[in-house]
Design a binder for this molecule. Structure first.
Ligand code: AMP
Length: 336
């Protein structure tokens, strides 16, 4: 943001630091030390770890938002949430080669660090961790997290190894950043669910905060990959969310309880007069990601589809009326 408006916006972090107040849920810092007033850019795992340990020694809670950059309003909503709950906010920007398969868009994934740094600064981020590939995967690196069957469902069927790569990098980032809370978007629901599972399975004491999907006015979920869409494809892209809403309506009104028939209707609605090629339409238990044979309880409806060179995903979480309540999962309750 430029300073053209008469009232220059004070970044949340600066406001927070200058007031000397502690964020809700956070102890006031001991002594005279306050949160850093200038946003730090840290590249080495060692420097990020030292920064985090310093903040922890001051009694500050650290909120962490891992990203692959090309920051948009969806990322910034996670930062705002982290800002509201912690004394220190760390964002990482790292396009993780481990989670891209051969022929995927690793090489052309949008990278614009200067703009990302500006956006992070405006949003009140305290530190941006920007490692190079060799910082996280030096010579001799060999260990991988193995997620198991949940990583083979939905997106994992088309992207083998993807979630093992995501879990490996997030576990490494958590070790480096040492946050109290981890902020993840419901836009990538399978990722959120698998990461929660990993943290529970491996006894990693970090709380996951799931944040609702931020959308364009026409319903398209914001994504760094939306920039791959041509004008025509961009006009067609909101069809995914429209179809999710149609499915939600049909279930909530009690018009449809057969998952196979609903899936077929959704398929037809998405491809009608569009260039979409559907990868999957899934109606699953949001804890195990297993397909629901009967629509009941909390149900994640998720879609992945190709449009031109792009691949779009979207989902909605519903509670099927009259059904048994599923328990455990902490996705935000689907208002969307
Ligand atoms: P990415 O940079 O795409 O890896 O995303 C980083 C984090 O931002 C992940 O937790 C995503 O789920 C989240 N995110 C991406 N897009 C959105 C969105 N439209 N709304 C909310 N969160 C999002």
């Amino acid at each position: 943001m430029t300073g053209s408006s008469p009232k220059k916006r004070v970044p949340a972090r600066a406001k927070h630091a200058s007031s000397g107040a502690s964020a809700p849920g956070e102890r006031k810092a001991r002594g005279s030390k306050s949160a850093p007033s200038v946003m730090k850019r840290l590249q080495s795992p060692g420097s990020q770890h030292r920064f985090s340990m310093q903040m922890r020694e001051q009694g500050r809670k650290i909120g962490f938002v891992p990203t692959m950059g090309a920051l948009h309003a969806g990322h910034l909503a996670l930062v705002r949430k982290a800002r509201s709950q912690n004394g220190v906010v760390v964002v990482s920007i790292f396009v993780n080669p481990l989670q891209f398969g051969p022929g995927e868009d690793y090489g052309r994934y949008p990278r614009d660090l200067a703009r990302d740094m500006d956006r992070a600064r405006e949003a009140g981020v305290d530190a941006v961790f920007v490692p190079e590939v060799a910082d996280l995967y030096p010579e001799g690196f060999t260990t991988r997290v193995g997620v198991g069957p949940m990583a083979e469902r939905l997106c994992g069927a088309e992207r083998p190894g993807h979630f093992d790569g995501v879990c490996t990098v997030v576990l490494k980032l958590l070790g480096i950043v040492q946050p109290h809370r981890l902020y993840l978007g419901q836009k990538d629901a399978q990722q959120l669910i698998i990461l929660e599972r990993m943290l529970a399975d491996l006894n990693v004491g970090v709380k996951v905060v799931g944040c609702p999907t931020v959308r364009e006015k026409d319903g398209l979920a914001l994504s760094s990959r939306n920039r791959y869409l041509t004008e025509q494809e961009r006009r067609e892209a909101p069809r995914l969310y429209e179809t999710l809403r149609m499915a939600q309506r049909e279930i909530l009104l009690g018009n449809e309880r057969d998952p196979n028939r609903l899936r077929a209707r959704m398929h037809d609605a998405i491809i009608r007069d569009t260039g979409f090629e559907i990868e999957y339409i899934a109606l699953v238990d949001p804890e195990s990601l297993e397909e629901r044979r009967v629509l009941e309880g909390r149900t994640l409806i998720a879609i992945a589809a190709r449009l031109g060179v792009g691949r779009l995903i979207d989902n909605i979480l519903i509670n099927v009326p009259g059904g048994r309540m599923a328990e455990g999962i902490r996705l935000p309750r689907g208002k969307a």
